[in-house]
Write a protein that binds this ligand. Structure first.
Ligand code: PEP
Length: 251
């Protein structure tokens, strides 16, 4: 039985004060870690404070990106060592905004996934097709290629611990959600691809989130699908009330 993982992706939003008041509002109210993993992926400047505030709670803190080297002349970057030292436990990698706006490639995503495992951080690896790819029937091939490159060189045990977020680009921040059948169809395909690459046990264990305009009104339907094990949520994770409804749905 795979445990659901609900991760909020705040993107580049909130002030320090807003971040603190959000976490104080939710930290005593999220369900126990044993029933669902509740993760807040916040901007770098808030991570230290959020980790401190959530130490004895069921909320986990994640970063939204990192570089793959441990240290060195990489101006503006943040390393896995730094995140680990802070007490961060998850890291979102290869989000479509990173790929589209900041030129991240499948190769850099793969290096980052390795770096995350090397430093005991759980990677949430994002994959997803554009509207153009969906309309020209390239979704499944594109997803297969992204997954294959992301997991290259990982052991089967590492793949078991991976979280993959299926996020159709046309559904991110658009209010347009994939239907639960559309979302599940791709998540089932992802599980098959993982099975082909890393074996049945890894396919059974890997957790696959759906992301793209998830909100309290559609989360139950999405999470009830056979191959969807959680959600990666942008807009609807910004308000404490809404985040609490989402994590409740994951129980
Ligand atoms: C995201 O940030 O990964 C995302 C899915 O955003 P939204 O929920 O706002 O579509």
């Amino acid at each position: 039985m795979r445990k659901q993982v609900i991760a909020g992706n705040w993107k580049m939003n909130k002030t320090h004060t807003e971040a603190e008041s959000f976490i104080n509002e939710v930290k005593g109210k999220v369900p126990s870690k044993e029933s669902v993993e509740s993760v807040v992926c916040a901007p770098f400047p808030f991570l230290q404070k959020l980790v401190e505030e959530t130490k004895d709670s069921d909320v986990e803190i994640g970063a939204q990106n990192m570089y793959f080297e441990e240290n060195g002349a990489f101006t503006g970057e943040v390393s896995p060592v730094m995140l680990k030292e802070l007490g961060v436990t998850y890291v979102v990698l290869g989000h479509s905004e990173r790929r589209d706006v900041f030129g991240e490639t499948d190769e850099t995503v793969n290096k980052k996934v390795h770096a995350a495992f090397d430093h005991d951080l759980t990677p949430i690896v994002c994959v997803g097709e554009s509207l153009e790819q969906r309309e020209s029937d390239e979704t499944m091939n594109h997803i297969e290629s992204q997954i294959t490159k992301a997991v290259e060189g990982l052991t089967d045990d590492q793949v078991k611990q991976l979280i993959i977020a299926y996020e159709p680009i046309w559904a991110i921040g658009t209010g347009r959600t994939a239907s639960s059948e559309q979302a599940n169809e791709v998540c089932t395909h992802i599980r098959k691809v993982v099975g082909k690459l890393s074996g049945d046990e890894a396919a059974e264990a890997v957790r696959i989130q759906y992301g793209g305009s998830v909100k309290p009104a559609n989360v139950d339907e999405l999470l009830s699908q056979s191959d969807i094990d959680g959600a990666l949520v942008g807009g609807a994770s910004l308000e404490a009330d809404s985040f609490l409804k989402l994590v409740e749905a994951g129980k």
